[in-house]
Design a protein around this ligand. Sequence first.
Ligand code: SAH
Length: 234
Amino acid sequence: MKICYIVAMVAEAKPFIERYGMKEKPGFFSPLPCRMYEAKVGESELYVVLNGQQNGSDLVGCEAASVATLSAIERLHPDLVINSGTCGAFRADGADIADVYIGNSAMFHDRRVPGDDAWGTQSLGNYAVWHRSPEVAEALGFKMGKVTTGSSLDMQPCDLEIIKANGGQLKDMEGAAVGFVCSLFSTPILYVKSVTDLCDSGTETFDEFSRNLGKACEALKNANERIIEWLIER
Ligand code: SAH
């Protein structure tokens, strides 16, 4: 099995890359900023593709995630894409810091496009996940939630309205973009998201995010280790 992780931030990928002793293939995606790491785990080929950096900071967000996913699928032909990263979630849904969720679908929460149903439907996205995602969640004891994606770290009232109206539970900046590209190739996608901040905590999101990033990334690595084990046993 060829498994390809798409990850936005170095901090999110580093513990995992180290765990599997993954080696970078420098310049693999040149001239694109994406970076590729690889390792063999049993009979499986494991890849981590990072969106890359610009001016010294990680390229978070949909554009960079789309470029990374498109390039990764075209070059590596994975059997499964895993979008692993951090997210915001809601205390009201029972979420806590460093909880790990498996996505049950992915949508955009900041595309407000008036028009007929077709425009509205396309704007939201609502991309399907790998059909075995519920099995992964059940076998390993993770909660499931709907991933909602936008281009900002903060949450405006109109974002919240769209998230709530569509049953969203997790808030990130890449998930639906990765799902969109996967849908074009019919490549299955599994979402693994760890909570850095609670959108309804009343605390400033960036402070909460920064404070909890290390803890959430450690939880993310532990979750991914168990997921890889589960996948290669199949
Ligand atoms: N300047 C920060 C930027 C991080 S942006 C830094 O480099 O440390 C936040 C990243 O974490 C994005 O990749 C996004 O997917 C995820 N994320 C975590 N909590 C989020 C939230 N509440 N809303 C949106 N994205 C969130």
